[in-house]
Structure formats: structure tokens, C-alpha cells
Design a protein around this ligand. Structure first.
Ligand code: 9WO
Length: 252
């Protein structure tokens, strides 16, 4: 997969792309991450890439021309049909399902805006998707772009270096994670759940699924509405609710 990020801060993207999951994937040749800086395509000696908004008001807007030339340069390095994505708070919410969809594409362009945003006409002409990683406004689209890259690369075969990790992700896809523990077994009176120490992998799997279902039901019940629970999952969730009732009953 080849990714091109159009950004005024290429160093931010390049540095982050050299560490962690992304860094390993790049080292292994499973992905390449390039950057294109609109400032390199500015039409004046000052490298101007922004201007005052029509209609007045605070802030500045990124100009069409340098961004479009940068986008065209980036697209020239990408396979035909690569999506061109603008990261913005008012985009379509980014989900694990969207990450899985993007993990199948041969390449993608990510446009990271700055200032108050980008001239709308550029987005209409050059952008196929607008994606948000959450309902908050940052200083720019670079960190959201890095979030998207990380979530997508984790799903590429072999990137995690542990097929089972990806399988577990898919196993609990659509659910919140189960709790994790490591040594020491006991810490200030807090013990590790015994099932995790016994080596019964079937029991461990059931426990983890039950915890994931229970946590999802407690914290993000709407995620369960779109999930067709299996008989086993329904039973485990009922068990979780019963356990909770018993615990709350005993603490009253
Ligand atoms: C800047 C600004 C300055 C003065 C007055 C109003 C203003 N609004 C903004 C603004 O919203 N800037 C954005 C910064 C423009 C697009 C790129 N930036 C951005 C992307 N912030 N947050 C995101 C983002 C992207 C994806 N998911 C969540 C947030």
C-alpha cells in the first residue's frame, strides 16, 4: 500500500511514520508513506498558501492553487482509483469498519488541512471522502491522518507480526476490548482473574468474549444494536448481567 499525505508539516508525518506499527510496516516494505507540502507549490516567493476568508471573519483559508498542485503531485504517485480523503471534524465518523475498507485499497491520499480550513472548491474538485476521528476541532488534520494510518496498517496482513492478534481483533470486532493483565499475579491485594492463569484456552476465550460483551453493553450499548449476537454471546452477556446483579446486590 502507498499513502501520500498532503501537509504543511511533512516532518510531523514523516517522524510519526517511522515508529511503531507504521514504522515496522515501512521497514518491511508493506507500506510506503510519502508527503507533499503545498508550500513547495506556492506561486510566490513567500510560499503563500493561505489567504483571508471571503465574507470576513477570523482565521485564514488554505488557497486552492498550491494545494491542488500538491494534490495532483501526490495523486501521480498513487495507483489509479486511490481514495483522496480530507480529515475534518465534520467528516463521516471513522470506524473500524471504515479502517477495514481502507485496508483493502492499493493506495490513498490524505489531505491534512490547517488554518480555518481549505477552500471548498478544492475539496469539491479533488476530494472523494471526508473523514472525522471525533467531534472536536484540532489545529490541523495531521494527527487524524496518523490515527487513520495506524488503524488501517494494523489490519494489513503480517503488519502486527502476529496473525492471531489481527484475528482476535476481528473476533471481537464491533465490541469494546476485554481487560488485560500481566505480572505480577497479585498487586496490593488486586489479583489477576484466576481463569487467565489456568491455561484453559477455551475458558479464557469465553471469559474474554464475556468481558467484551459486558463492557460494550455497559459503556456503548448502541454497538450491540447492530450486532447479531450468537447463542453463545447472548448466554455470556446474560451471565455478565447476572454476575453484575449479584455483585451490586452484595455491595448494597
Ligand atoms: C481554525 C480556525 C481559526 C479561527 C476561527 C475558526 C477556526 N476554525 C478552525 C478549524 O476548524 N481548523 C481546522 C483545523 C480546519 C481543518 C483542519 N483542522 C482540523 C481537522 N481540526 N480538527 C480536525 C479534525 C479532523 C478529523 N477529525 C477530527 C478533527
Amino acid at each position: 500500500m502507498h499513502i501520500e499525505v498532503v501537509t504543511l508539516f511533512p516532518a510531523l508525518v514523516a517522524t510519526a511514520s517511522r515508529v511503531g506499527v507504521t514504522g515496522r510496516a515501512v521497514e518491511r516494505g508493506q507500506v510506503t508513506v510519502g508527503t507533499v507540502n503545498p508550500r513547495d507549490y506556492a506561486q510566490d516567493v513567500h510560499g503563500t498558501v493561505d489567504d483571508r476568508p471571503y465574507g470576513g471573519g477570523p482565521g485564514m483559508v488554505m488557497k486552492i492553487e498550491p494545494c491542488r498542485t500538491a494534490i495532483r503531485a501526490a495523486k501521480a504517485k498513487l495507483p489509479e482509483g486511490s481514495p483522496s480523503i480530507y480529515l475534518a471534524a465534520d467528516g463521516v465518523p471513522f470506524t473500524q469498519a471504515k479502517a477495514a475498507e481502507l485496508a483493502k485499497v492499493p493506495g490513498m491520499l490524505l489531505l491534512a488541512g490547517r488554518y480555518e480550513g481549505v477552500d471548498e472548491r478544492l475539496l469539491e474538485m479533488e476530494i472523494s471522502d471526508r473523514i472525522s476521528i471525533g467531534d472536536y476541532v484540532l489545529s490541523g488534520g495531521e494527527l487524524p491522518a496518523l490515527v487513520l494510518i495506524d488503524a488501517v496498517l494494523r489490519l494489513l496482513p503480517g503488519v502486527l507480526g502476529d496473525a492471531e492478534s489481527a484475528a482476535q481483533d476481528s473476533f471481537s470486532a464491533g465490541l469494546l476490548d476485554w481487560p488485560h493483565y500481566t505480572r505480577p499475579e497479585g498487586f496490593e491485594g488486586h489479583a489477576v482473574p484466576p481463569v487467565l492463569l489456568g491455561g484453559d484456552h477455551a475458558a479464557i476465550r469465553r471469559w474474554r468474549l464475556k468481558q467484551a460483551l459486558g463492557r460494550t453493553w455497559t459503556l456503548r450499548p448502541e454497538l450491540l444494536e447492530s450486532r447479531d449476537l450468537s447463542a453463545e454471546e447472548r448466554r455470556l452477556l446474560d451471565e455478565y448481567k447476572a454476575d453484575l446483579g449479584n455483585t451490586q446486590g452484595s455491595s448494597r
